[in-house]
Design a protein around this ligand. Structure first.
Ligand SMILES: [Zn+2]
Length: 439
């Protein structure tokens, strides 16, 4: 939490400070409820009793899915004593209902109430079903915690039928910052910076047009990101979207900020999406540790040839680096299974030694489309993708070659985007410097 506060903008810090002072102030105020409960036990909270909490139903769709509640809401009958039954391995609803002392008919009636109750069929081991019994022995209410935010209540009404209601707790979203420097691999450094696997993938995707995470990563490269973090009742429940990200790769700084359209743009407002992906193999499939003196899998020499090699397991997906047309999908003794794609009049990309080819000559492909899988066909000793990038028929390094600039945001959008972007970029820079100072 301290870290979160530290990385929040000044305005927020001030707010938190004021709020803290307010809370401390509250502590010194006499509490009416607390004193009243001393002499009147009826007002005191009882353990095991269910009390209605103020909850916000997030969207109207959720409401319409449910049966409309009758005039008498659940709130007026909080007198349930629940008995919890934990779902064990091999359990099903029939077993659990029997264990709880309710008939198959009760289960049948309850489960067939509506779509919400039918979801009870998908209970998992470790989850809990809570049963409240009415005085006549019937099932008065069933409580099922669906997720950290949602709880389903199935309540017996006066007509002997069941009503359903989902209570949704409000999710509080804070922004957090993570920064790190790469020691051995981006993956391990990102994990030690506290990022989840999903966040690492998303981060690599954001910079997928600029950085080849398989071959370009070096010791000392650094990364930073600002992301959403979700809480319910003060408890962390998971991370959300990345808001801004920075990657310093071999001294070159890349920054990306999420716009309201959901896409990422440079601080200048140019789309992160470009004509060519830097690597035709997703980073997640590539052996994570970098080796600046990686030997060529065929010749055993360092950097001996005109392409870029991606060592990956046979069957790893290979994607088109950019939109284009397959000019050749074939087989030869040296190339093995290969695919050549032309992108406009100037650019051609080549993919060699494929295990499988998934496109035909003449076929149009979009950037990111799976065109084949990594293999070891042709003159090779081990499975890898040999990738070539040609400009006007000449082999070029896609990292250094000048490529068409990406689309900028329209002027009106840019005016909205720029101040927000500048703020995030400054935050990232600040966090990076702070990290450096701590190291
Ligand atoms: Zn090669």
């Amino acid at each position: 939490m301290v870290h979160v506060v530290r990385t929040l903008p000044k305005k927020h810090k001030l707010f938190i400070l004021c709020f803290a002072i307010f809370l401390i102030g509250l502590m010194f105020l006499p509490s009416e409820k607390a004193t009243a409960s001393k002499d009147n036990s009826a007002d005191a909270l009882e353990i095991g009793k269910r009390y209605e909490l103020q909850v916000k139903v997030e969207d109207n769709e959720k409401l319409t899915e449910l049966n409309a509640l009758p005039a008498e809401p659940v709130t007026s009958t909080p007198e349930y004593n629940f008995i919890d039954h934990k779902v064990k391995n091999g359990d099903n609803l029939a077993i659990i209902f029997q264990r709880a002392g309710f008939s198959a008919k009760t289960l049948y009636n309850l489960i067939n109430t509506n779509a919400e109750t039918r979801k009870l069929k998908k209970i998992h081991p470790g989850e809990t079903l809570s049963f409240a019994t009415a005085q006549d022995g019937s099932l008065a209410q069933l409580k099922y915690v669906i997720s950290k935010t949602d709880t389903l209540f199935v309540t017996l009404n006066d007509e002997g039928k069941y009503d359903t209601k989902i209570e949704s707790k409000e999710i509080e979203t804070l922004t957090k910052t993570a920064v790190g420097e790469i020691a051995n691999s981006f993956w391990t450094s990102a994990i030690s910076a506290g990022l989840s696997e999903r966040q690492i993938m998303n981060f690599a995707d954001i910079f997928g047009w600029d950085v080849d995470f398989a071959n370009d990563i070096r010791k000392g490269d650094s990364f930073g990101l600002i992301y959403e973090s979700h809480y319910v009742d003060g408890e962390f429940i998971g991370t959300g979207k990345i808001i801004a990200a920075e990657f310093i790769n071999q001294g070159q700084r890349y920054a990306a900020i999420r716009h309201t359209d959901g896409n990422f743009y440079t601080p200048e407002g140019r789309s992160m999406k470009k004509a060519f992906l830097r690597a035709p193999v997703n980073f997640k499939y590539i052996s994570s540790s970098f080796n600046p003196r990686r030997l060529h899998p065929v010749t055993g020499k360092i950097k001996a040839h005109r392409g870029i090699d991606y060592a990956a397991r046979t069957g790893t997906p290979v994607v088109a680096a950019g939109n284009g047309k397959v000019i050749k999908s074939g087989y030869s003794k040296y190339n093995g299974n290969y695919v050549f794609i032309s992108h406009g009049t100037q650019y051609v990309t080549k993919y060699l030694h494929l295990n499988k080819r998934l496109v035909k000559t003449g076929q149009k492909v979009k950037q990111g489309k799976k065109i084949g899988t990594v293999g070891s066909t042709g003159r090779v000793t081990g499975a890898h993708l040999h990738y070539e990038f040609l400009v006007n028929g000449v082999h070029r390094n896609p990292k250094t070659v000048k490529l068409p600039k990406s689309e900028p945001l329209p002027r009106a959008e840019l005016a909205k985007f720029k101040p927000i972007a500048d703020n995030f970029v400054a935050q990232l820079e600040h966090s990076r410097k702070l990290q450096l100072a701590l190291n």
